[in-house]
Design a protein around this ligand. Structure first.
Ligand SMILES: [Fe+2]
Length: 385
């Protein structure tokens, strides 16, 4: 996120002597995800972030693939993903390609017994159900229904939930997850035409410096394996930081929809960009206001992208019999469009309450065995009237 932030105590210049009241040096760490040229933050620890005491045997959480090559419209009940008390075990990957994974989680307990670090991927966690707080060395981010949480890869975190009923849609991206470049000017500031801006972001707050020694278990995910690492110091031992690389939140309910006299194409809903994918937010909005407008989308060929829609709330106007937490997968290579009757039904309507997250992977996704547990049969025939 190219918005400069600063918290806690930092020296007046980077890479210089910086001591505590007892004369001991603080330990500076440059945290970035793209070498020395991408966005980064400078973080000041009480202790070196390198003090590994021990490490255990890695175990695999690599998804098993059921369908390598897919050219069929499919649908899945993402909301039915099994609840699990353990945060890592609760995360179920449903779709995967070389750029990303897409999955769901229904964790029933807060992650407090260990810390998690995804060394592979930036994470986008969409909170469909649940409230709580994301804890990192940068500070805390409170979250609730409708929040996207963006966590740069390598960030050590814990996630606390206020109760046991949580539903998360999770994207792991092997490149950076960013706000769309076309929403920002050459200085990185959001443009007046962007559907959201700096004020809408939930930035890390309440930096807490924890000075504790012991056995701090960080479960590190790398190439689909989880490596248990034990560190000497609490990972949130930060006295101050500044820079442009940190986790943040954004509520889908703060996405201000762009509308027009006739149907506007999906890019107006774009919220994030990644390497070879986009994420869009379909939010409650006024419909097209030309007297003869057709608010339902036209059929489109999407030859160059798969399209996954995750239905959050409201009636989704272009689909019949769609439930909350349901996912549709429309593969690149087949045209798709509204369900029977949806076009006629939409004419003359003034507004919609639909709330959905769309993920368009530009490379085809493989479908996991886990996903197949939740598949609706014969969805591909659902356009037959
Ligand atoms: Fe579409």
């Amino acid at each position: 996120m190219p918005i400069y932030q600063q918290a806690g105590i930092i020296p007046h210049k980077r890479h210089i002597v910086f001591r505590n009241a007892n004369g001991n040096l603080y330990h500076e760490e440059l945290f970035g995800t793209e070498g020395f040229a991408g966005t980064s933050s400078l973080v000041y620890h009480l202790y070196p972030p390198t003090m590994v005491k021990d490490h255990g045997k890695p175990y695999s959480v690599r998804p098993e693939i059921a369908i390598e090559d897919n050219l069929q419209a499919r649908s899945y009940m993402g909301y039915d993903v099994e609840p699990n008390a353990d945060y890592i075990q609760s995360r179920k990957t449903l779709f995967v390609n070389d750029d990303m994974t897409i999955g769901m989680a229904a964790p029933t307990k807060s992650l407090t017994e260990y810390f998690f670090k995804n060394a592979d991927a930036d994470e986008m966690i969409f909170v469909h159900k649940g409230t709580g707080v994301l804890k990192t060395m940068y500070g805390h981010i409170d979250f609730e229904y409708g929040d996207y949480l963006i966590i740069p890869r390598g960030t050590v975190y814990q996630i606390h939930f206020n109760d046991a009923d949580n539903k998360l849609l999770i994207v792991e991206s092997f490149g950076a997850i960013e706000t769309p470049e076309r929403y920002r000017n050459k200085y990185g500031q959001f443009l007046e035409t962007s559907p959201f801006c700096e004020r809408d972001l939930k930035l890390p707050k309440n930096l807490e410096t924890i000075d504790e020694q012991g056995d701090f278990l960080i479960q590190i995910k790398k190439r689909g394996l989880i490596y248990p690492y034990v560190y000497e110091n609490h990972p949130f031992d930060v006295i101050g930081w500044d820079g442009c690389c940190y986790p943040y939140g954004f509520s889908i309910l703060n996405f201000e929809p762009l509308t027009g006299r006739i149907h506007m194409p999906p890019p107006i809903h774009q919220t994030f960009q990644g390497r070879n994918f986009v994420i869009c937010s379909f939010v409650p909005r006024m419909y097209d206001y030309h007297p003869d407008a057709i608010p339902a989308p036209y059929h489109h060929s999407n030859i160059d992208s798969d399209e996954l829609l995750y239905y959050v709330d409201g009636d989704f106007m272009s689909r019949n019999n769609i439930k909350k937490g349901q996912i549709t997968l429309h593969p690149g290579g087949l045209p798709h469009g509204p369900h029977p009757g949806a076009i006629e039904r939409s004419i003359g309507k003034k507004a919609t309450n639909e709330l959905a997250v769309m993920i368009d992977p530009f490379n085809p996704v493989k479908i996991t065995k886990e996903a197949m547990k939740y598949e609706f049969e014969d969805y591909y025939q659902s356009w037959m009237s």
